[in-house]
Design a protein around this ligand. Structure first.
Ligand SMILES: [Zn+2]
Length: 165
């Protein structure tokens, strides 16, 4: 059995490979496939080892802008944070009031279809490492479903390949 040192108490802890709900990224429905989790029997600490976090966040941002489903509030918030922008900065780019952006992010207001596409385009243009994907994603815009809402994004953090479940 694989063991690793617990970063909280220093005890030797059990390492388990499995799927992990990556809620820390701000999206509720991201499942990382086959990551190693440390379970410490001594202090109860559970920690996940995520390799290449920057690359993983980029792959998640791409998965969100490329999804054939309407953007949800948490998607917009996640993408804005990927751009390292405040609500005021992002709202300024989209030419909307900060209050409207806040309502989108909190699912209090439905995001219009054109705003949805504008958000994706801005993120592709400005998001770290996404510009090269712009043509491919923009050309797939007609595939965005009008009403369907996605389930989870199942992401393999090793290969950075993903599926919409
Ligand atoms: Zn511990």
């Amino acid at each position: 059995m694989k063991k690793a040192e617990c970063t909280v108490c220093g005890a030797l802890a059990r390492v388990v490979r499995g799927n992990y709900k990556f809620a820390e990224c701000g999206l509720r429905r991201v499942v990382l496939q086959g990551v190693e989790t440390v379970h410490c029997a001594k202090c109860g600490n559970e920690e996940v080892a995520i390799p290449r976090l920057n690359e993983l966040m980029r792959a998640l941002a791409l998965a969100v802008v490329k999804q054939p489903f309407r953007l949800q509030g948490e998607d917009v918030k996640f993408l804005r944070k990927y751009l390292n922008m405040t609500q005021a900065e992002f709202a300024g780019l989209l030419d909307i009031h900060k209050t409207n952006l806040s309502k989108w992010e909190n699912n209090e207001d439905r995001i219009g279809d054109q705003s949805d596409r504008l958000i994706r385009t801005v993120v592709l243009a400005l998001g770290d490492g996404l510009k090269g994907k712009m043509e491919e994603v923009v050309r797939s815009f007609p595939n965005i479903h009008k009403s369907k809402r996605r389930g989870s994004i199942d992401m393999d953090p090793q290969s950075l390949s993903y599926t919409y479940a």
